[in-house]
Design a protein around this ligand. Structure first.
Ligand code: PGA
Length: 236
């Protein structure tokens, strides 16, 4: 299983030109890294530009959110079907910033996860605490549970420069795994860590804390730092 590195650009960069430059440099510099899976999740508005004229590349593109309905009168929303039509493979769901600023509830997140799975994309379910897992995956059939990528992001570690300590992260990772191994909710294939990941600490979260990947915010906006991060993880 290759480590999965998901770049969450959030509401950045501020113009298409910068977004294209960032993607191009990541693509160029990571071309030879074949033992790490890279997913870039830009703002919706840049997505279509990232699919046309890109040629063949290893980097996959994901979205940062979607709505739970397929179509209809839902002003401002984007469906999982639209994302699939473009070529997206992954959708981040339930990020703590959406829970906090948009008041997304576990019920809404659960509906989004189901919509993403129904359309055949892979949801990246973000949780800040273990209690959010069961609510997020409620009612999802066993064979679909394996397609959910779970991202543990302690809220105090997001964007603060203070990543979770390795022993603590490892402990939480094991507890999550235990919950997911529960016969009534079997294992998800990937558990990621997110929160102040950088090129210096990334490797330890994979190697020592035994996560299968990382969700990277701030460090994914600096091409040099992100490329270094990917290369360090590729050494694991
Ligand atoms: P950060 O963000 O890497 O800037 O802490 C992570 C995230 O919110 O996904």
């Amino acid at each position: 299983m290759k480590p999965l590195i998901v770049a969450n650009w959030k509401m950045n960069p501020q113009a298409l030109k910068g977004a294209k430059l960032l993607l191009n440099s990541i693509e160029k510099e990571t071309r030879k890294v074949t033992n790490v899976e890279i997913v870039v999740c830009p703002p919706f508005i840049y997505l279509s530009n990232f699919f046309y004229g890109r040629g063949k590349t290893m980097i996959k593109i994901g979205a940062q959110d979607c709505f739970w309905e397929e179509k209809g009168a839902f002003t401002g929303e984007i469906s999982a079907k639209m994302l699939k039509d473009l070529g997206c493979k992954y959708v981040i769901v339930g990020h703590s910033e959406r829970r906090r600023y948009l008041k997304e509830t576990d019920e809404m997140i659960n509906k989004k996860i189901k919509a993403v799975l129904k359309i055949g994309l892979r949801p990246i379910l973000c949780i800040e605490k273990i209690s959010q897992i069961k609510k997020g995956i409620k009612g999802i059939i066993k064979k679909d549970l394996k397609k959910i990528i779970l991202a543990y992001e302690p809220v105090w570690a997001i964007g603060t420069g203070k990543a979770c300590g390795i022993p603590e992260a490892k402990k939480v990772n094991l507890s999550i795994r235990k919950i997911l191994m529960d016969p009534s909710s079997p294992t998800s294939s990937y558990i990621l860590y997110g929160g102040s990941i950088n090129s210096q600490n990334a490797r330890d979260f994979i190697k020592k804390a035994k996560f299968q990947g990382l969700l990277v915010g701030g460090a994914s906006l600096n091409p040099k730092e992100f490329i270094k991060l990917v290369k360090n993880v590729s050494k694991t």
